[in-house]
Design a protein around this ligand. Sequence first.
Ligand code: 5RP
Length: 267
Amino acid sequence: MDWGMKNRFSKIIRPEDGRCVMLAIDHGYFLGPTEKLENPKETIKPLLPHADSIMLTRGILRTSVSPEINVPIVLRVSGGSSIIGEDLSKEAIVTSIEEAIKLNASCLALSIFIGSKYESQTLGNLSKLVDDGERYGIPILAVTAVGKEMARDARYLGLACRIASELGAHVVKTYYCKDFTKVVESCPIPIIIAGGKKISEREALQLTFDAINDGASGVDMGRNIWQSDYPIAMIKAVKSIVHENYNFAEAYDLFLTESKAKIQNAF
Ligand code: 5RP
């Protein structure tokens, strides 16, 4: 890796512990105004001091985030399909590398859809983006998107993560699953996990702990943070597991303490 690539990569995965808390707020790019992200500015602002980086599209970055922030940007550059369109996997690169540089992105994110109709197109997108990233020293995050009909098991996710790494991605995002260590062991680049649909805070923290314990390098988490009634308490608890080696019970306790303090302060 050259200096610029290393420098940007260190803003995504902390060099001190090899871990990251990436806040995912890119959902609108195919879901539209997702619950609690209807007004992105309002949702994002209080969480910024607690996130290592934020993952979002250029549209939300420009309209809803101050350029004076000190949080690294993971720019989602794939898109072009919607939840009601022909096929979610029919994505293209929708933001140029020049635009990403202008926006001072530290990392570029793009989805790949293994096993789907447009698998080959999305893998071509990844390969092109890796070439662009290598040219300008910007790391690439491959997002292993899972079609409705795909099983989120170690065999499938292992296949997707390994292919992402073979095509040159620098970090890959996937889902936690049974036998997750097998996915980690067969993938030579850091793996971070998505939170998925909203579940209870207790379950989301257990998921985070299990993933880190099984070798994940961190999270790229959205709904289980900002759809919580206590998003700040939640991101702090997630962070305690990722960076402070809290176990599940300690992190859940932190969540309860922080959320109770918020309730008490309201009266
Ligand atoms: C959407 C994404 C999301 O960023 C990713 O799924 C993480 O968010 P969540 O924790 O809500 O699942 O890439 O395609």
